[in-house]
Ligand binder design. Structure first.
Ligand SMILES: Cc1ncc(COP(=O)(O)O)c(C=O)c1O
Length: 399
């Protein structure tokens, strides 16, 4: 058996289920879940139609590299989203379709990690797949405390040269789940310099790239940062994108990676054996989705409206209930321990949130998830407002 398996941590939602097991909500109001970051808005009709219109393609094996049409649609989105001159990204050698970012984030580690003392850097708090990817390759997961100001792993927190030398992949989430922080140009500049110095791969999970405050500046991305710093070959860099959040299509299982030609080539080779080609009808639906920005703008403004409404209700009762720079999460402080808060809120008000420590790791007495909760504003506006009012009542009555 893989030696990393016993070290895999229970997934945050398993822990939440256990935390709430046996508790009896006193409230008879319908349950509201702000626990899971799963978009609940319907997937736009034109994407669903494209899927069914191409269902006849199910009788064909898809190629792992994807169709030219899909890769070109993705290159078009990248050029629009990151204001890249057309033709900067080569769809033939720098883009690959993946079945959602989760499997690809995991698979990248299997493709890259080699040697006995390898390490993988990741944020803290974080998306737990990075840790699992490290453990199952035998690499050491190194959680780097997020900087409280920008929510990104604090690059000054790793002081030891020997640790930097062991890092083979640096996972980054921007916009970040759960902190809502983003990597700005200066952050990317420093990270790219470190990558060059120590030879690690920068793997930017940008699955929330299209969710940011309506009317605001779109968060910068890794590919843009590479090009702006003269790394025209995207050397040692790979970014992960998804339709799950921007197109409210988590069940489509569709995303892509873009990066260094050599890396993409190696990843394609690995994936051909892994057998994770994207079905042709999913590719067609994805092509349609990446070609259209209007539906993503509608989703963005809906999330902004929900965030503003909830912040308006909670900012005087929960500290740091602030507008995220990207993503649809709030990450406020709680006046009592996070697990106690989540359980109490469920029992008293029938509202589900995720305790911060289920998304973080404590080290040397510091746990960035302690006394925080994550709220995913994936429900419609009315439900989010109702949840916020119940949370406020809970804080006023019980904390
Ligand atoms: C930070 C982060 N990365 C990746 C994913 C996985 O998304 P996908 O549906 O693209 O696999 C999620 C899902 O919630 C996430 O929060």
């Amino acid at each position: 058996m893989n030696r990393g398996l016993p070290h895999l941590q229970p997934y945050p939602f398993e822990r939440l289920e256990r935390l709430l097991a046996g508790s009896r909500p006193k409230s008879t109001a319908p349950a509201i879940s702000l626990g899971m970051g799963e978009p609940r808005d319907p997937t736009p009709v034109f994407i669903r139609q494209a899927l069914t219109e191409h269902a006849h393609l199910m009788n064909r094996y898809p190629a792992t590299a994807g169709t030219n049409a899909l890769r070109e649609a993705v290159a078009g989105w990248l050029a629009r989203r990151y204001r890249l001159p057309t033709g900067t990204i080569d769809p033939g050698s720098q883009i690959l379709p993946v079945n959602g970012t989760r499997e690809a984030l995991f698979a990248l580690a299997q493709t890259i990690i080699s040697g006995r003392r390898a390490a993988i850097a990741m944020p803290n708090p974080f998306y737990q797949i990075y840790e699992g990817a490290a453990l199952l390759t035998g690499a050491e997961p190194i959680q780097i405390l997020a900087d409280p100001v920008n929510g990104m792993p604090d690059l000054d927190a790793v002081r030891s040269e020997s640790v930097w030398n062991r890092i083979q992949i640096f996972y980054l989430t921007t916009p970040a789940n759960p902190t809502g922080g983003i990597a700005d140009r200066e952050y990317f500049r420093r990270l790219l310099e470190l990558s060059e110095r120590y030879g690690f791969i920068v793997a930017a999970d940008e699955c929330y790239a299209d969710i940011y405050p309506d009317g605001g500046e779109p968060p910068p991305g890794l590919i843009q940062a590479c090009l702006e710093s003269g790394r025209s070959g995207l050397e040692n860099c790979i970014a992960f994108h998804s339709l799950s959040k921007r197109s409210s299509a988590p069940g489509l299982r569709s995303g892509f990676v873009v990066g260094d030609t050599g890396l993409i080539h190696a990843f394609l080779r690995y994936r051909t054996y892994q057998g994770c080609a994207m079905p042709l009808h999913v590719q067609e639906a994805s092509r349609t989705a990446w070609t259209d920005d209007a539906h993503a703008a509608i989703a963005r403004s809906a999330y902004t409206e929900r965030l503003q409404a909830v912040i308006g209700i909670l900012d005087d009762v929960l500290e740091e209930t602030t507008m995220p720079h990207g993503g649809f999460y709030l990450w406020p402080r709680t006046p009592i321990p996070d697990t106690e808060f989540a359980r109490g809120l469920w029992e008293e008000e029938h509202v589900m949130v995720l305790p911060g420590r289920f998304l973080s790791r404590g080290r040397d007495g510091v746990d960035p998830g302690a006394n925080r909760i994550r709220m995913a504003l994936v429900q419609d506006l009315e439900t989010c407002v109702e949840a916020a009012q119940r949370i406020k009542r809970f804080v006023q009555a019980s904390c």
